[in-house]
Design a protein around this ligand. Structure first.
Ligand code: C2E
Ligand code: MG
Ligand code: MG
Length: 701
């Protein structure tokens, strides 16, 4: 026993105080105490005053039960320093049961314990920042909940995510990223008390545990303090960096009773901040919880929506401000949910984006829109362009181009009648590849428009690089265009600059005549909005196209203020047919069912071109136009007549009352061309200051 490396102590067990009766030389080497100094004393002297160690408790209770025990306890060397003592204690029994002595083996294991502690720290701390890691954090949150229960205090968990950290890391390199993370950790630690815990739980994700909060609103002030601290510029490798952060928080006991839920809810609140555009602080709330549950239920339903054929396309007409006529439609998706009714895209497109379902949905939209556009063409409607919205994820599909070509081919739709609507952020984030893809679409003949313009960060200057045809001014500007001078100025500037880039400009969300007039006055090209029409299901859109309504006040466009055409015929069907045909020319069209009515209108309006039927009861076309010649010599006068009535017109023609005559039935495109020519003729006359006109050309029959 004397040669053993472990120290040995034998103590008396029958009578108190259980004094030491034997120690070996290793004992002296380990503890510094000689045999003389130890023998006769109770073994407890080795731990000095440090008697309430958990290991000692374990040994005592084992001995009371007559069982062996082992524990690592802090012991004290004769010179006063402490060491970790691995102690094995065994009762020594004689005569089959009675404990007479206790045999203890001791060993200095300080080196091993220190090593373990270091490893232990690794298991509980983040090596880069020295902050607590997820394991330690979970532990601390649990502990904090236990304590908080006792002292009726609140606990808060804040989940902090650095916005766009990935970009910084990629742009500046990982070394700089690491330095930034360390600096962030330092700032967070400075913002909170020593008793709080700051943990790093992911690349750029941190959690702060706040204990002993008195009132809920303290949480807000700490949350915002953290945000501000992180918003101040960082200096990293000689560069100044600015970052923003998204912070979500949850509160014990208000939001959750256990650590896992508390952490999860803070995370959820943080994601809400991210979804809402980042750089904010938000507390978890019941409403948020309900929204999240509702969303996940919706997502489950959405998975089957396509196969159950619950998706619909609505079509919103667009109109030309100049002619007042419809120019095309935008396809807008709706979800006919079996119980919720019609769900708007804003409520499920983001879900579809996040889950990847948008790819299949987007393909369906493309096909359905192309199919409908073709169907309208085949029904004989004037060709309308159909616009399809693309989502960001769809735009990143490597085979998007092929998908579009496929949709066009399958539906036999000419590419010129398809328009794709994209947003600024979609093309700006990967500008190079976006430009290449857009150019391919352009070559294909597809029209491209930039949707929601003005809401992003880009400037019109950037736009120059992209081959867009049309720019859509976002609804948010249009809304206050007649009341907010800033919005009005922005809209004006967008229109002017877009025109200088040769882009067509359309304003979305036009709801009032005032908005329309303002846009018209500032030379916007087209509008879309409830004023002209809401988005309509296909059947109603077809009906709308059949009615072919015109925008109010068309032709009052300043650039064309003088382009008024007066149509006169006693047969209303003919008037309607003419109007439909000529509407696309962009004229303001007035109609009269008799010569008298026509003269009335001429008194009220400045009319450049008049087209009158010849055979009308009361006053013939020739009579009317002869009067017009005297009253309004500048007005270009044309007559519409059956071939057989030609002779009745010769006088009028010879007297210069009639510039041209058009035979019934007319050829549509010839008619349009002739009317156009008449306006050109009028402009020429007006410039020459001529007060009369003569049939300078051959009469066309
Ligand atoms: P957006 O492309 O900017 O479409 C215009 C939105 O404004 C439509 O909302 C339309 O109903 C609404 N709107 C039109 N005129 C007015 C008006 O006068 N007043 C007001 N207050 N609103 C008006 P909707 O249909 O709810 O669509 C919202 C967004 O969802 C669209 O914005 C578009 O970004 C997206 N979206 C719609 N359909 C699709 C689709 O098939 N695919 C994808 N990826 N996104 C779609
Ligand atoms: Mg759109
Ligand atoms: Mg839009």
């Amino acid at each position: 026993m004397a040669a053993l490396p472990q120290g040995i102590i034998i103590t008396e067990a029958t009578a108190k105080p259980h004094s030491i009766v034997y120690v070996n030389p290793a004992f002296t080497r380990i503890t510094g105490y000689t045999a003389e100094a130890a023998i006769g004393r109770g073994a407890g002297f080795l731990v000095a005053e440090d008697m309430h160690q958990p290991g000692l408790e374990a040994i005592r209770s084992a001995l009371r039960a007559g069982a062996p025990a082992m524990a690592v306890v802090r012991s004290y060397h004769q010179d006063g320093h402490s060491f970790w003592n691995e102690l094995h204690v065994m009762p020594v029994k004689v005569d089959g049961g009675r404990v007479t002595h206790t045999l203890s083996l001791l060993q200095d294991v300080s080196a091993r314990v220190l090593e373990e502690q270091k490893l232990g720290s690794l298991a509980t701390h983040d090596p880069l920042t020295g902050l607590a890691n997820q394991i330690l954090l979970n532990d601390r949150v649990r502990q904090a909940i236990n304590h908080a229960e006792r002292d009726q205090k609140l606990i808060a968990v804040l989940q902090i995510d650095l916005d766009r950290f990935k970009h910084i890391n990629e742009a500046l390199g990982h070394r700089a990223g690491d330095i930034l993370l360390q600096a962030v950790a330092g700032r967070m630690t400075e913002c909170v008390r020593d008793s709080d815990t700051v943990a790093r739980v992911g690349g750029d994700e941190f959690v702060v545990l706040l204990t002993g909060i008195e009132q809920e609103d303290h949480l807000h002030s700490i949350g915002n303090k953290l945000r501000e601290a992180l918003a101040a510029p960082f200096h990293c490798n000689g560069q100044e960096l600015r970052i923003t952060s998204s912070i979500g928080a949850s509160l014990y006991p208000r939001d959750a009773q256990d650590a896992e839920t508390l952490l999860r809810l803070a995370d959820l609140a943080m994601y809400q901040v991210k979804d809402g555009g980042r750089d904010d602080f938000r507390c978890f709330s019941r409403e948020l919880a309900q929204r999240v549950t509702a969303l996940s239920a919706l997502e489950t339903d959405l998975r089957g929506a396509l196969s159950r054929q619950e998706l619909r396309l609505y079509y919103q007409p667009k109109a030309d401000l100049y002619s007042g006529a419809m120019t095309g439609v935008e396809a807008l998706i709706r979800w006919q949910h079996p119980t919720r009714g019609l769900v708007a895209p804003g409520d499920f497109i983001p879900l579809a984006e996040n889950s990847g379902m948008i790819v299949a949905i987007g393909q369906w939209v493309l096909h359905e829109a192309c199919r409908q556009a073709r169907a309208w063409q085949q029904e004989g409607f004037p060709v309308m362009r159909v616009a399809v919205n693309l989502s960001a994820r769809q735009f990143r599909q490597p085979d998007l181009y092929e998908q579009v070509v496929h949709a066009l081919t399958v539906n036999a739709l000419d590419a010129a009648w398809l328009e794709l609507e994209l947003t600024e952020s979609m093309v700006m984030s990967h500008a190079e590849s976006a430009i290449a893809l857009l150019r391919r679409f352009k070559q294909l003949g597809v029209k491209l428009s930039m949707d929601d313009f003005g809401t992003g960060y880009s400037s019109l200057g950037h736009l120059r690089q992209f081959p867009f045809d049309t720019l859509k001014i976002d609804r948010s500007f249009v809304q206050d265009i007649v009341t907010e001078p800033d919005d009005a100025l922005i809209a004006q500037a967008i229109i002017a600059m877009a025109h200088s880039l040769r882009l067509n400009v359309i304003a979305e969300g036009v709801e009032t005549a005032g908005q329309m007039q303002y846009l018209r006055a500032h030379l916007c090209d087209e509008i879309q909005g409830y004023l002209f029409s809401k988005p309509l299901p296909a059947a109603e859109a077809t009906e709308f196209m059949r009615r072919a309504p015109l925008l109010d006040g068309a032709g009052r466009h300043p650039a064309v203020a003088l382009r008024t055409l007066l149509l006169v015929d006693d047969e209303i069907e003919i008037l309607n047919a003419l109007r439909r045909q000529l509407r696309r020319g962009g004229y303001r069209i007035l109609t009269a069912e008799s010569g008298m009515a026509a003269l009335e209108l001429l008194a009220l309006n400045k009319v450049q071109v008049i087209l009158s039927d010849q055979r009308m009861p009361g006053m013939t076309g020739a009579e009317l136009l002869s009067r017009v010649k005297l009253l309004y010599p500048d007005t270009v006068r044309m007559v519409l007549s059956g071939y057989t009535e030609l002779s009745a017109l010769t006088d009028a023609i010879n007297q210069g009352a009639i510039y041209k005559f058009i035979t019934k039935p007319w050829d549509d495109s010839d008619l349009c061309a002739l009317i156009h020519e008449a306006f050109v003729m009028h402009d020429g006359l007006a410039q020459q200051g001529a007060h009369s006109q003569h049939g300078r050309e051959e009469i066309s029959v």
